[in-house]
Write a protein that binds this ligand. Structure first.
Ligand code: UD1
Ligand code: MG
Length: 457
């Protein structure tokens, strides 16, 4: 029987190297704060408790992570990683195992944590990785027979120590009782005058305690982010991982280096995603959905067979059957399209439902509208839904034909089968199956002459 696992996440750093007003752990990877990624991963291994050490901007951090069951620990002064872990120790019982994670390592895979916790518990374990460019990381010092002798921080290392490629990932597992004792003995005689968590390795070694250094096979997911350049590396990695996952589910991605997934995406079979597509929030793509180049989709549910052409922006959209959208369409929250409907170029739709086989093919604004089946909305049609104070609905019943360049002044109803003549301004309900139009009758003035330019005197 394993001892209860307590996870401590260090998130009190100011992130000076980010040069930002935002607390470091709230910087986003894949559209979500780094700390949220870590909390999701940590929660999924079911620890007895998760303690998050916060300091700078703690209210903001707590608010952003309010959906998680967490013991928030305040570190009033930022005095180093060892000091930060010590703040959490009063909430951790002696018989626990403690796993320390750093808040600036958001992409740690669950499998890595599972493997580490499944192993035999020794007083101290550290997960290490080998990096070609280990700059900024604590270097792992090993003795002649490969046992860990200590960890030396980059800024305190000698040139010889700096050439070591094996580094501390920041993931440490320890027995609570021993950890508590070591933390109490930490000093801050180093270049930063901080209490380094990593100094406990030399202590454990001098006491002859067993230390495990587990070398991770793949460092890509274990890297941290101290500055914007490292953030970009993590973002790229996140993107790559998301693309691989989608391809494994059967999605064709034209270029996996040119897709951004910033949320949760579920896709059916034979979905095809062209280049430079951004998917945010919760996106569900049914079988055979096709997304053209440059599309942005946020919180959308597209039914099987829906085709979105190039450069369309969709947010909060639901299609209930195969539809065609774009190119250059803008669909805003509350848009619902039925089977066979079509939204063409430069059409904006908001909070509106279109029935089956209805079309708005060019240059229109459809807002707060209820559109029936087989409706044709001509180019340049505008639902005037806003009177400057309130929004009003437009109802367009089945089989209506709206001529081009028409304004529908809401609230207004266009009854079943009605035809609206092009260029009309419709401010009253239009009756069923009749032609309604409100334009000035065309006249021709016989004998009219264009004015001539006057001769200059
Ligand atoms: C740390 C490790 C280094 C390791 C590297 C991995 C130490 C001394 N160094 O260095 O060995 O290779 O991470 O990325 O542990 N934090 C607090 N309170 C503090 C100081 C830091 O909560 O007083 C938090 C930060 O918010 C951050 C994490 O601890 O999330 C790590 O701190 P950071 O300053 O980024 O340490 P590194 O220099 O990256
Ligand atoms: Mg760091």
């Amino acid at each position: 029987m394993h001892k209860p696992l307590h996870i401590v996440i260090l998130a009190a750093g100011e992130g000076t190297r980010m040069k930002s007003m935002l607390p470091k752990v709230l910087h986003r990877i894949g559209g979500r704060p780094m700390l949220i990624h870590l909390l999701e991963t940590a929660s999924s291994i079911d620890p007895a408790a998760i303690h998050v050490v916060v300091g700078s901007g703690s209210d903001q951090v707590r608010l952003a992570c309010s959906e998680f069951q967490v013991n928030w620990v305040i570190q009033l002064e930022r005095r180093g990683t060892g000091h930060a872990v010590a703040q959490a120790m009063p909430s951790i019982p002696d018989d626990a195992r403690v796993m320390v994670l750093l808040g600036d390592h958001p992409l740690i895979p669950v499998s890595v944590l599972r493997e580490l916790t499944a192993g035999r518990l020794v007083p101290l374990t550290v997960l290490t990785m080998e990096l070609a460019k280990p700059r900024g990381y604590g270097r792992i010092e090993r003795d002649r027979i490969g046992r860990i002798a200590g960890i030396v921080e980059d800024r305190d290392a000698t040139p010889a120590q700096r050439s070591i490629k094996e580094v501390n990932t920041g993931i440490i597992l320890s027995e609570a009782l021993e950890l508590r004792r070591w933390l109490e003995q930490l000093g801050c005689d180093n270049s930063k005058q901080e209490y380094y968590l990593t100094d406990i390795f030399a202590m454990a070694r001098s006491e002859g305690k067993e230390i495990h250094g587990v070398l991770a096979p793949d460092p890509l997911d274990l890297q941290g982010a101290n500055d914007r350049r490292q953030m970009a590396v993590l973002e790229q990695r996140y993107r790559q991982r998301a693309a691989v996952r989608l391809m494994e589910d059967g999605v064709q991605i034209i270029d996996p280096a040119r897709i951004d997934v910033r949320g949760h995406v579920r896709a059916g079979q034979d979905v095809c995603i062209d280049i430079n597509v951004v998917l945010e929030g919760n996106v569900e793509l049914g079988d055979r959905v096709s997304l053209g180049p440059g599309c942005l989709l946020k919180d959308c549910e597209l039914a099987a067979g829906t085709v979105v052409h190039a450069y369309s922006v969709l947010e909060g959209v639901r299609t209930k059957g195969a539809c065609e959208i774009g190119p250059f369409a803008r669909l805003r929250p509350g848009t619902e399209l039925s089977q066979g409907s079509r939204i063409g170029n430069f059409v904006e739709v908001k909070n509106s439902r279109l029935g089956e086989n209805s079309k708005a093919n060019h240059l229109s604004y459809v807002g707060d509208a209820e559109v029936g089946d087989r409706v044709n909305i001509g180019a340049g049609t505008i639902t005037c839904n806003y009177d400057g104070a309130n929004k009003h609905p437009t109802i367009i019943e089945d089989d209506v034909f709206i001529g081009s360049n028409t304004e529908l002044i809401a609230p207004v109803t266009i009854a079943r089968g009605a035809t609206i003549g092009a260029g009309s301004t419709i401010s009253q309900d239009a009756p069923a199956a009749a032609l309604t139009l409100s334009r000035v009758r065309q006249t021709t003035v016989p004998g009219w002459k264009r004015p001539q330019k006057k001769e200059k005197p």
